[in-house]
Design a protein around this ligand. Sequence first.
Ligand code: NAD
Length: 259
Amino acid sequence: MIRLAVLGPSGRMGRLVIELVGDHCDPDTAIVSAVDAPDSPLIGREVVPGVVVTSDLDAGLTRADVYIDFTTPESTRLAAQAARAHRVAGVIGTTGLDPATDRAIDELATHAPVVVAANFSLGVNVLSGLVKRAARALGPEFDLEIVEIHHKHKRDAPSGTALALAESLVAGRGTSLRNRPTREGDVGARSPDEIGVMAVRGGDVAGEHTVYFLGPNERLELTHRSGSRRIFAQGALHAARWVAGQPAGRYDMNHVLDL
Ligand code: NAD
C-alpha cells in the first residue's frame, strides 16, 4: 500500500489527483493526507473520507510514503525541505521553479527518491525524445522554434514543457543554443544559435506544444495536444507508484517510463 500526501488539494491539479485515486479505487494506493496553503478555503474540510485538509506540512508528510506536489515554487521549496526531514519520496509537477527551489529538491534527492517533471504526460515525454533525434538528424541548417498554448489561468511563461523541449533540442543539436522567449520591434535577422519560444494564452486549452524545424525548402512540425489535464494527474500517479520503490536520487519521466 502506497500512502500518498497531496499538496494543493484545492488547486486544479490537486483536485484531479484526488479524483483519480477515488475513481480507480486502486487498493495499492491511498490518500492519507492533504496539505494546502493556510488561506485555502479547504483547510479543516474533509477531501477524502477520514482526510481533513491541513496547512501543517510536517503533520501531512509524516504519515506518507510519497507526496504529490502541484503547487507554487515557494510551496514546493518548503515541501522539499520538510520532506527531506521525513525522508518522504516526492513527485513534483510544479513549474517555473526558481534556483532556490531547485536546490531544495536536489537536497531532498540525497535523502529520498524524487521525480520532477514539467509535464507528466506520456505523449509529451515521447515527443521530447523525438525532437532530440530530429534536431540531431536535421542539423544546423534547420532553425528551431517552439510555440506553446495554454489556458488563460496559467501563471508562468513560457511553459516548463516548452523549456524542457528546448533543452531536448539543445541536447540533440549538440551545440549551445539560447532560448529567445520574445521578439518585438527591430530585433534583426534570426540568429542560427537561438530557439524562439513563444507562449499563447487563452480559453481552457489544457496544453499544446509544437516544435518547428524550419529548413531550406522544407519544414517539419511535431505537435502534442493534451485532451484533458487528467493526463498529468495520471502520469503523476504512475510516477508515485514507481518512485515508492526507488533509491534516493532525482529522477524524471525518462526513468519512470524507461524511455
Ligand atoms: P492552482 O493555482 O489551481 O493550484 C495551486 C495550489 O497550490 C492551490 O491549491 C494552492 O492553495 C496551493 N498552494 C499554494 N501555496 C501552498 C502552500 N504553501 N502549501 C500547500 N499548498 C499551497 O494551479 P494548478 O493548475 O493546479 O497548477 C499547479 C502547478 O502545477 C503549476 O506550477 C502548474 O504549471 C503545474 N502543472 C504541472 C503539470 C505537469 O505535468 N508537471 C501539469 C499541470 C500543471
